[in-house]
Design a protein around this ligand. Structure first.
Ligand SMILES: Cc1ncc(COP(=O)(O)O)c(C=O)c1O
Length: 384
């Protein structure tokens, strides 16, 4: 099969990043490209949405700082982060985690010109960091998980950035590894930065990170995100949490950009997080596990094809398409109106490492997953 160059929304410009691939899928009924939650609301979530007019009235009446503190406490605690700092003190609310990332990057570059970044990871992270002029040093995911970082690496950068669980691999930084990494960062006065946007999907990522970070004495920043968990139509909060000794102008740059987020969205997050704590999170884990099982079972006997991240629990799954090219399979799927995500751009330092993988989103209705499994199967068998 010939490799078809991907083009943009307007059909005439080459696709340059993962989000542009995701745009192409937005209006398709079989959009398994972006990692945003697009499944149906659960009955408990529908009940919350039914109460939006009352929540609007509540949001208009109450002090924003109070609502913000409650939403932050409820969300962080639901995900096991009991030792988190308070909103308004050392947690800044943003419209999205990308905005939190932009504020972080602009702050960091005031004190350093280089950052060590996990490889692979979602490409808007390296793009935002490069966008402010930082030099990126790739650190392989295995290296972060398996051993200490070298003193030479730590001496050459002002920060280390880890996405955990990682997108697209789902790999989680365990408590002992986080403790050691934080100790190393403290020793070298390097800012340890975590993007935990996918934390809610994996109980292994829900140990109390803030307790470990605070105990280490390192300078740290964490980006938390409500946006990947629930089908709230892009109503979401990105939170920028940081240590008292971070020494970065985060609050100033946050205030350069925004006054605050909508108290209505904060109330919505508080209610969805309360439901998550009362069993909604366990239901979500079961839902994603079932969708993953349906997809994997459908493709189990397709030759020269396998799922890469055996133990992943996040809401995406990577499929290795063997000797086929991911972009060819992506093009063939597109002719069936099914959209997945070719993986080259996750490998931001060496894109060819993603030539043979596709990422498939699992936060979709079970029917979409079953249809997608069938279409993938046909395309892969044709091209086997
Ligand atoms: C790990 C990670 N962080 C941040 C983002 C950005 O999220 P948003 O588009 O909601 O700002 C993404 C997007 O998929 C992501 O995968």
């Amino acid at each position: 099969m010939l490799q078809t160059p991907a083009v943009s929304r307007s059909g005439d410009v080459p696709v340059e990043n993962l989000t542009q691939f995701e745009y192409l899928a937005l209006n398709s009924p079989l959009n398994l490209a972006d990692g945003h939650a697009r499944q149906e609301l659960t009955p408990a979530q529908s009940k919350v949405i039914g109460e939006l007019p009352d929540m609007f009235a509540e949001a208009a009446e109450r002090p924003v700082a109070e609502i913000e503190r409650e939403a932050c406490d409820m969300f962080f605690t639901a995900l096991g982060q009991r030792s988190h700092p308070s909103a308004g003190d050392r947690v800044l609310s943003c419209y999205s985690s990308s905005l939190a990332m932009e504020i972080y990057a602009r702050s960091l570059v005031t004190g350093t010109d280089a950052i060590a970044l996990i490889h692979p990871t979602f490409d808007n992270i390296p793009d935002i960091l490069r966008g402010v002029g930082l030099r990126l040093v790739p650190v392989e995911e295995e290296q972060i998980h398996d051993a200490d970082l070298t003193p030479e690496l730590l001496a050459s950068v002002g920060a280390v950035f880890v996405t955990t669980p990682n997108n697209p691999t789902g790999r989680v930084l365990g408590e002992e590894r986080l403790r050691r990494l934080a100790e190393q960062c403290a020793e070298h006065d390097v800012v340890l930065t975590l993007d935990t946007s996918f934390r809610g999907f994996d109980p292994d990522a829900q140990y109390d990170h803030y307790e470990v970070l605070e105990a280490s004495g390192c300078r740290w920043v964490v980006i938390e995100d409500t946006g990947k968990l629930w089908p709230t139509l892009e109503l979401k909060i990105g939170w920028l949490a940081f240590s008292a000794n971070a020494g970065l102008p985060l609050a100033k740059i946050h205030s350069d950009i925004l006054l605050g987020v909508s108290p209505l969205i904060l109330l919505l997050v508080r209610r969805f997080a309360a439901d998550a704590a009362e069993g909604g999170l366990t239901d979500l884990h079961r839902f994603i596990a079932e969708n993953r099982a349906v997809l994997r079972t459908r493709l189990a006997d397709v030759p020269d094809t396998w799922f890469v991240d055996e133990h992943s629990r996040v809401s995406v799954d990577r499929l290795h398409v063997g000797s086929r090219l991911g972009l060819d399979v992506w093009s063939a799927l597109r002719s069936h109106n099914l959209y997945a995500l070719p993986c080259q751009k996750f490998h931001w330092a060496r894109p060819s490492e993603g030539d043979h993988t596709l990422r498939i989103a699992l936060s979709r209705s079970p029917l979409s997953i079953a249809r997608a499994g069938q279409a993938l199967r046909s395309v892969l068998l044709e091209d086997g």
